[in-house]
Design a protein. Structure first.
Lengths: 280, 177
């Protein structure tokens, strides 16, 4: 009788466990594909700024790794705020494995605002690159909103040693823009482990004197804000302790707030010249 | 790496000591491959079962994933009725090794530190299993909790009551000679 009870209880607990074939494959339990494009469809490609247009407001978190409770809490908090979109700056897994992608997808699914997910170096490990491409789409892409251009750039150089980083694509997208540009990427551009002196110089040569006004990255797990060559760079702290950043883009200013759960403070404001702004 | 080798040796040694019947196995799931084929050993008492298998999972946009797996189950709760022997529930461990280029044991030289990433080639699991044997045939079903999943659930205590999401089930058939 005890044995039967043991089997029944175990069976009841585990009866819903899905058949999972391999932890090493790009197969996910979720059937989601091309999510970034799906979310981009939800972001209106509205006309250029008018003076009365409301600013763009978006939330950014990074390096959630396996901090699933923190991510679940953040999604719940974010759903009480009014964002035009939100950005995950990568490293939402530890080893780029399919069950980690599934956990992330499950946790972000209740999010009301459109979510852009950037590839992190940890998400590229193993078959992570293949899973990312299947679930989220291309590594590099752009979109425009209210007179700003957003460039999502894969700069995980060490994890793409064979494929290489597409600096030419970045140069074309940044230099060819007639509106202010915001770059989202995972690794800080001056990272000495990830980039050679030549790489770092190449990056700043591309963005210096260009329409780039804001660069956002994660990877280092701590907040850091600096202004270099007239460009504001903001590094987002890891999500573990509820840390994230809120960004407000107005016609000629950028405001970045460091936030913990629902409280935002430590405001940084960057006012830039409006020469490249079409309607100012 | 050293831990993986020790674990494999212990499992093999254990299984060798316990050999009584041997046979072939065919299964699906359990993190051992969409299809896995292998050899199985069961001790005279039926308390110890070991399976060594080669598994494949079709790639969706990449190549087919190939892996080798070793699973050991200790199942003391068994009974027989009219020639049908049931191992009600057993507890064991598994280790699986990917035979693919993308995974690694040691980090590539491009990274600044040897342990920049944890190894990805081996995965370990805790296994619960049940079997039903009739004559030379045995059907089994099991549930596997991977090491990385267990760590994640341990670190996120709010998720412990969502067990069904984190376990992987599998089924299979064995024929003993």
């Amino acid at each position: 009788m005890k044995r039967l009870l043991l089997v029944v209880v175990t069976g009841l607990v585990l009866s819903c466990a899905p058949l999972k074939n391999s932890p090493f494959s790009e197969e996910t339990q979720s059937s989601a594909t091309n999510l970034n494009a799906h979310f981009l469809g939800a972001i209106k490609n509205s006309s250029l700024f008018s003076k009365n247009a409301p600013p763009i407001v978006f939330g950014v978190f990074s390096d959630s790794h396996q901090n699933y409770m923190a991510l679940e809490d953040w999604v719940r908090d974010a759903n009480t705020m009014d964002f035009d979109f939100v950005v995950s700056l990568g490293d939402f897994t530890n080893q780029g494995m399919n069950f980690e992608y599934d956990a992330y997808l499950s946790l972000i699914s209740p999010l009301k605002a459109p979510l852009i997910t950037v590839l992190g170096n940890h998400d590229s490990v193993g078959r992570g690159k293949l899973i990312y491409r299947r679930v989220f789409g291309p590594y590099n892409f752009t979109y425009e909103m209210k007179g700003y251009k957003f460039v999502v750039f894969n700069n995980n150089r060490l994890d793409f040693i064979d494929e290489g980083i597409d600096w030419n694509w970045l140069e074309k997208e940044v230099r060819g823009s007639s509106v202010p540009v915001v770059i989202f990427m995972h690794v800080d551009p001056d990272n000495q482990e990830y980039f050679t002196d030549e790489n770092r110089a190449q990056f700043w040569n591309i963005v210096r004197g260009s329409p780039v006004r804001l660069i956002m990255n994660g990877h280092k797990h701590v907040y850091q804000t600096e202004t270099k060559d007239g460009i504001l760079r903001h590094q987002v702290e890891r999500l573990e302790r509820g840390r994230w950043s809120r960004v407000t883009l107005a016609a000629n200013s950028i405001t970045v707030e460091k936030c913990t759960r629902r409280d935002c403070s430590h405001e940084v404001q960057h006012i830039f010249d409006t020469d490249s702004h079409p309607l100012e | 790496m050293r831990f993986s080798i020790y674990l494999i040796l212990i499992l093999i040694l254990w299984s060798e000591l316990a050999i009584a019947q041997w046979g072939v196995a065919l299964g699906t799931g359990s993190y051992m491959g969409d299809r896995h084929y292998g050899v199985a050993y069961t001790s005279e008492s039926g308390n110890h079962q070991t399976e060594f298998s080669y598994g494949t999972t079709p790639g969706i946009i990449g190549d087919e994933v190939r892996q080798l797996s070793l699973k050991y189950i200790y199942s003391p709760f068994h009974s027989s009725y009219r020639g049908v022997t049931t191992n009600w529930i057993g507890l064991g461990a598994m280790v699986t090794r990917c035979l693919c280029e993308e995974t690694f044991v040691e980090n590539s030289d491009v990274y600044p530190e040897d342990d920049y990433y944890d190894e990805t080639a081996y995965r370990f699991g805790l296994v619960l299993a049940s079997t039903v044997q009739w004559k030379n045939w045995e059907a089994y079903w099991d549930w596997t909790l991977l090491d990385q999943v267990a760590i994640a659930v341990y670190n996120n205590d709010r998720f412990r009551d969502r067990a069904e999401r984190y376990w992987a089930s599998g089924v299979g058939l064995r024929y003993y000679f």
